[in-house]
Design a protein around this ligand. Structure first.
Ligand code: ATP
Length: 246
């Protein structure tokens, strides 16, 4: 079943076209990697899917209820020096609370602890967010998105500034969540991500979609794999926008 159907979507900021005639169906259970060069339109596409922006042309149809999206934004806008605990960060994402202005209910706290447990961070519930490693902090942000009990989770650059070991841990976690949640990840760290993704969408104003079962898998995550190499492995050509200038 397609849980998101994007048809002939175009979007521009001012007069500059950022996305042009995008067609994409996201299947229930998919683990979709959205890759592409800087400024290619990946974050804009996520925001359109999340209704944070409106398409100027084309349609996005969703076979989901509105509150079943989990979103882990690129910039969490959280000052990590702020003395807030992992549990409090997760509670901030709790949309089920009926006691918003009077603190959180026991149910909210138990749901947040459950989310922390799902991401392997229960014992860090009382740790200050600034004292966690980058990978641990990202797990807490994933736990916050899990509080909405999402059917689909969208993550924008979840492994930026995390070392390869930490990246693998984040993707192992997402692969595990993918047993019940559809996962969409925007990332530049494609060598690690592509060992976990089931499909890939290359976005550079236009979108090219590939299923990944025909890619020779077990990519060595310590080796740099540029988008040209990836797309040529998939039988497509594209100019590389990667930072290595290949
Ligand atoms: N609010 C905005 N107003 C005007 N232009 C914008 C705005 N947001 C993004 N853009 C421009 O739209 C283009 C696409 O941006 P977007 O953030 O979607 O790309 P991206 O593929 O996610 O990039 P990156 O990989 O660098 O995060 C860029 O040229 C960017 O400068």
């Amino acid at each position: 079943m397609d849980i998101v159907q994007i048809k002939d979507l175009s979007f521009k900021y001012d007069k500059v076209n950022v996305l042009e005639n995008i067609n994409l169906d996201i299947k229930k259970g998919d683990f979709l990697a959205i890759i592409g060069p800087n400024g290619g339109g990946k974050s804009t596409l996520l925001k359109l899917i999340l209704d944070l922006k409106e398409p100027q042309k084309g349609t996005i149809k969703k076979n989901l209820s509105d509150d079943s999206f989990g979103y882990v934004p690129q910039n969490t806008n959280l000052n990590i020096d702020f003395p807030i605990t992992a549990l409090e960060v997760v509670l901030m994402g709790h949309i089920g609370s009926k006691k918003r202005f009077f603190g959180y209910s026991k149910e909210d706290i138990s749901c947040a602890m459950n989310s922390l447990s799902q991401v392997g961070m229960k014992e860090f519930a009382k740790s200050k967010i600034g004292n966690l490693s980058g990978g641990q902090r990202q797990r807490v942000f994933i736990a916050r998105a899990l509080c909405a009990n999402p059917e689909i989770m969208l993550l924008d650059e979840p492994t930026a500034s995390i070392d390869v070991k930490g990246q693998k841990e984040v993707y192992e976690l997402l692969a595990n969540l993918n047993k019940s949640i559809t996962i969409v990840v925007v990332s530049h760290d494609i060598s690690v991500l592509l060992n976990y993704a089931k499909s890939v969408a290359h976005v550079n104003k236009n979108l090219v979609y590939h299923k990944l079962d025909n890619l020779n898998n077990n990519i060595d995550e310590n080796e740099h794999l540029c988008e040209v190499e990836l797309l040529s492995a998939l039988g497509k050509n594209s100019s590389c926008g990667c930072k290595h200038g290949c």
